[in-house]
Design a protein around this ligand. Structure first.
Ligand SMILES: [Zn+2]
Length: 458
């Protein structure tokens, strides 16, 4: 059945079009035939359509600790990533399958309301608190996938591999829920999960060796071999903290990107999450190998990680995608604004990501790529662009929203000025999941989330 969507404007095929009629059939964008029947029409007048946002890096359960770690722990004179991690581990160990579902669903609901149509879930809660596998080894992954699907999102479940606390670091009992004994167990469980997830077109799968800290070199070599010639997406935290670089140098005499490169993992299927602390060679190598960098600016700011040098990485040939990561905030438009904003603070100038060759919208177009297309590419999905043949995943920005009033260049205002409140309608595979700023399960999801969090003991 052909559905027509009418809007004031849309970002189609890489540029802005006015007075648009979009055709949708079987969940995809189609060319509207001139004699199209006018029966099934969705009216999005007064709105700008953009490709749906792809949240390339999420740990949904971390929504449970939002706002709860914003103070110095008693007896501490300073705070950093590693003390935040203690709180996060406490939450990770307090969740059961039901509360994990409730917390994840709230995170995904907030994503939907902010215009996210696809999430890449970097999932590392696998086992019971004592480390024993559940009878269904994929139970917790299924809970998270179900939460996303019940909200209406497309999801790529990136099953995380985790073996150890670190090089010459004693096992940490708080990490037992994450750990698979060796890479063979990891791959067996991962591919079993992939098979079990088959059947829903909106669910896909990838592999995520956690970091060079959490898995040894052999894991990366085996994963590179097992995925050679496939298009399975591989995601990995890379160079988030200086401590990771130091440990990697001590263990291997190499920096993280050098080590990963030597294992054969770097290619267009590889996404380096964060990639904050890189040297010049590493920046160049990630670009040459056509990797994606998933920047998570609000989390990198919240945790004091540092700034992703997106300008240098793009110049080297890498693609930049965006993620909400720790869920300190869930607002992908704000992530795009922060990506450029942090670079301004770093470079002490303005419009750092403007390629300066494409006119007034060029910088906004570049950030739209980070919001959508680069993310879908990094998750191995069909391009998140509004073009014939693409999935009908899109958002409608209200041109009458206070944050959009007075816009001259619609794309630039949508990316740099719009608040997430301007996102009024969100469609996934042609189906509305948010209409006029409302998701129909909002109250129900919020109350289940509040009860689940109130009962957490940590
Ligand atoms: Zn992360």
């Amino acid at each position: 059945v052909l559905t027509l969507v009418r809007a004031d404007a849309a970002f189609l095929d890489g540029r802005l079009h006015r007075d648009v009629t979009l055709g949708i059939e079987n969940g995809h964008v189609v060319t509207v035939p001139p004699d199209a029947p006018k029966t099934d029409v969705i009216d999005l007048k007064g709105k700008l359509l953009l490709p749906g946002f792809v949240n390339g890096h999420s740990h949904a359960f971390q929504r449970a600790i939002r706002g709860r770690t914003e103070f110095l722990a008693p007896g501490h004179e300073r705070d950093d990533f590693w003390t935040w991690r203690d709180a996060m581990y406490a939450a990770a160990n307090a969740l059961d399958p039901d509360s994990l579902y409730a917390v994840s669903k709230q995170a995904f609901l907030e994503m939907a309301l902010a215009g996210v149509t696809t999430v890449g879930e970097f999932h590392y809660l696998h086992h019971q608190v004592d480390g024993a596998a559940y009878a269904d080894e994929g139970l917790l992954a299924h809970q998270v996938v179900r939460a996303a699907r019940d909200v209406g999102l497309r999801i790529c479940l990136l099953r995380v591999g985790y073996q150890r606390a670190g090089f010459q670091v004693d096992p940490n009992p708080k990490q037992r829920r994450f750990i698979d004994a060796d890479v063979d167990v990891y791959l067996r469980r991962s591919f079993a999960l992939r098979d079990a997830l088959e059947g829903d077109e909106l669910v896909s799968f990838g592999l995520a060796p956690h970091s060079v800290r959490a898995v040894p070199r052999r894991w990366l070599e085996v994963i590179a071999q097992e995925t050679k010639g496939t298009s399975i997406p591989i995601h990995m935290h890379v160079a988030e903290q200086p401590g990771e670089i130091r440990a990697c140098m001590t263990e291997y005499g190499a920096r993280p990107v050098e080590l990963i490169d030597a294992t054969g993992l770097l290619n267009e299927n590889f996404t380096a999450v964060h990639a904050v602390h890189l040297d010049r060679w590493e920046v160049g190598r990630l670009g040459t190998m056509r990797c994606t960098i998933c920047a998570c600016p609000s989390t990198e700011r919240n945790l004091g990680d540092g700034i992703v040098e997106a300008d240098s990485l793009i110049h080297a040939g890498a693609r930049i995608s965006l993620g909400s990561d720790s869920q300190a905030h869930i607002d992908l438009l704000a992530e795009a604004q922060m990506l450029e904003g942090h670079l301004r603070l770093l470079r002490l100038r303005r419009n750092v990501l403007d390629p300066a060759t494409g006119g007034a919208s060029a910088q906004a177009v570049r950030l739209l790529d980070a919001l959508s297309h680069a993310g879908s590419r990094s998750l191995g999905l069909a391009p998140a662009t509004l073009a014939p043949g693409s999935p009908a995943d899109f958002v409608a920005i209200d041109l009458a929203h206070p944050s959009m009033l007075g816009a001259r260049d619609l794309l630039t205002s949508a990316v740099f000025a719009a608040s997430s409140g301007a996102v009024k309608d969100v469609f996934v595979a042609g189906k509305p999941i948010v209409r006029e700023g409302r998701h129909e399960q909002t109250a129900h999801i919020a109350s289940a989330f509040s009860s689940a969090v109130a009962e957490l003991r940590w």
